[in-house]
Design a protein. Structure first.
Length: 232
């Protein structure tokens, strides 16, 4: 069976691990994760994929999007440097900061899928291990995704609860600092030396991620296991 996996860097997997690499061998997943992608960008790409004859035989999509709509506005508050860097990206990628607007656009994606008789597995937003991030906002958006999944008869994977269940100690937080030099170095090292990803996680004593956001192998395997159950 072929799957179309639409998402951001959590799906793409150049930084941290992607759940795609842990799917069952018989599932042929097309990785359409893009670093820094937002819900708006995913929606526009979804339209193109559905209309593309190349993908006409794919009847199951994995939708894992929305983290950057929360993460980028948060990063813009860390320092003048981050604000300068993020403001342009927030505008360019049309980051959605309002919860109701997020739910409305997410529903547009599901309407598009339903109209074209395409099934989908909806993956909820993850637990982010970063100082000052609003976990309540993540949970609120996950509530919206879950309700939409029920309304449209689609499977929902509760990433947040899966990670919460996997924690063996209190959630440890991490900071990206006031400038992004360390983030750039992280990305370069993980891209060139993929085996280093879990080493970052262990060195920082982060149980779920390699840098507070991107998955270590544990979190990626948790999601993959649920996708394997939902798709057959």
């Amino acid at each position: 069976m072929k799957l179309m996996c639409i998402g951001d860097s959590l799906t793409f997997g150049s930084i941290g691990y992607s759940f795609i690499q842990y799917l069952k061998p018989e599932l042929k997943a097309i990785n359409r994760g893009i670093n820094g992608e937002t819900t708006f960008g995913a929606y526009k790409r979804l339209q193109k994929y559905i209309e593309n004859p190349r993908y006409s035989e794919i009847q199951t999509y994995i939708i894992f999007i929305g983290t950057n709509d929360i993460l980028m506005p948060y990063l813009s508050t860390l320092s003048p440097f981050w604000k300068l860097q993020m403001q342009a990206r927030i505008a360019l990628k049309k980051c959605i900061e309002d919860d109701d607007a997020f739910a409305a656009l997410y529903e547009n994606m599901l309407q598009l899928l339903t109209k074209n008789h395409i099934n989908a597995v909806l993956v909820g937003l993850p637990m982010i291990q970063m100082e000052g991030i609003s976990l309540k906002k993540i949970q609120a958006r996950n509530d919206s995704i879950k309700k939409l999944a029920e309304r449209y008869g689609m499977a929902y994977i509760d990433t947040y609860s899966l990670q919460q269940w996997a924690l063996k100690s209190p959630l440890r937080l991490y900071s990206w600092g006031t400038i992004s030099i360390l983030r750039i170095l992280d990305a370069m090292i993980m891209f060139v030396f993929p085996f280093s990803k879990n080493l970052f996680s262990k060195a920082r004593r982060l149980e779920l991620t390699v840098d507070g956001v991107h998955f270590n192998s544990l979190s990626a395997k948790l999601i993959a296991s649920e996708v394997n159950k939902c798709v057959y």
